[in-house]
Design a protein around this ligand. Structure first.
Ligand code: PAF
Length: 318
């Protein structure tokens, strides 16, 4: 897992195919650390600003073992065979726009963003590109800028969003399999993303507003006063979207189960607030509020949580 030899700052000729990773946060670094050293590198958004050809960090794997990881910043993307986009939801469109002209037309683009909205925006902007979405339960965090912890193993589901991506999933799973992470194909990726969004909508804003780990929200007055209405809003929107229905009770059970199972975790949204970064609220509760409005439904609890979380970081860094 640790990098012994210096990989070249190009993805050509690398074992397992040239995998380019856009977004050097916890998830991008997890993938880079797990893939063979010469298979993957990071995409610089601004190559002229690079001060080094390589990115170094410490990685704690899911068994607690420590590794030193060194991966290249890719100076050419002309032979990229797969692009993993692990930027925050709010940065994705702009980050891709900066680099998409440098990657081959045929290179599959796999979007790993939380929530919904950014994936549809990318697919709508580049419908002739092979664009896919991934939903992952791999838990990775970054307690220090140069340290990544693989907190818990999970699964990753990948499915096509645009027509040119149809049929590409088996090959992408082959390209990612040397990582040892569990990757599966998903024909109904939007349903999968909705399932994750519902859980994030019922956990993340509460952890951010209450500044507490996931498990502590369950007894809080804010959660207890709003969760029923929040789940009704989610259930109404899921039905209006034509997706398989979920009752408010089922949604609440799922949210509470995940909060209990991850009781001591700091959610990604609480982590963003603690670090003064922009949160993904617009793509989670904000997405629910906006889509509800577009479809003639009302979602006041999701709207209220969106507004309150935005007030926590009025001038975010990215
Ligand atoms: O966003 C997160 O942190 C996670 O998806 C979840 C489920 C809330 C667990 O921390």
């Amino acid at each position: 897992m640790s990098s012994q030899r210096s990989a070249r700052p190009s993805v050509s000729g690398s074992e397992g195919g040239g995998i380019a990773i856009l977004g050097a946060g916890a998830l991008g670094r997890l993938w880079a650390a797990c893939l063979p050293p010469a298979a993957a590198g990071f995409v610089p958004r601004n190559p002229s600003a690079l001060s080094s050809f390589r990115l170094h960090y410490h990685f704690q794997d899911s068994s607690g073992r420590q590794h030193t990881v060194t991966r290249p910043w890719l100076t050419t993307l002309a032979d990229a065979e797969l692009l993993l986009v692990t930027t925050k939801a709010g940065d994705t469109l702009e980050a891709l726009n900066q680099i998409i002209g440098r990657i081959p037309e045929s290179c599959p683009i796999v979007l790993f963003q939380n929530g919904l909205g950014s994936q549809q925006a990318v697919a709508a902007r580049w419908p002739a590109r092979p664009v896919l979405a991934a939903s992952t339960t791999e838990a990775a965090n970054r307690p220090e800028p140069d340290q990544v912890v693989h907190a818990a193993r999970g699964h990753t589901w990948i499915g096509a969003l645009t027509e040119p991506a149809t049929g590409l999933v088996p090959n992408i799973i082959r390209q990612l399999s040397p990582s040892g992470l569990d990757v599966r194909g998903e024909d109904r990726i939007l349903e999968r993303l909705w399932g994750k969004l519902a859980i994030n909508a019922g956990i993340n804003p509460f952890t951010a507003l209450l500044d507490c780990p996931n498990g502590e929200i369950l007894e809080s007055p804010l959660f207890l006063d709003s969760i029923q209405a929040l789940c009704e809003e989610l259930a109404n929107l899921i039905a209006a979207e034509g997706l398989p229905p979920h009752s408010p009770r089922e949604l609440r059970d799922d949210i509470e189960r995940v909060a209990r199972n991850t009781a001591s975790n700091t959610s990604s949204m609480r982590g963003d607030v603690q670090n003064g970064r922009a949160t993904e609220i617009d793509f989670i509760n904000g997405y629910v509020a906006n889509r509800s409005r577009e479809l003639g439904l009302s979602a006041p609890v999701n709207q209220m949580l969106t507004e309150r979380v935005k007030q926590l970081v009025p001038h975010p860094s990215h």
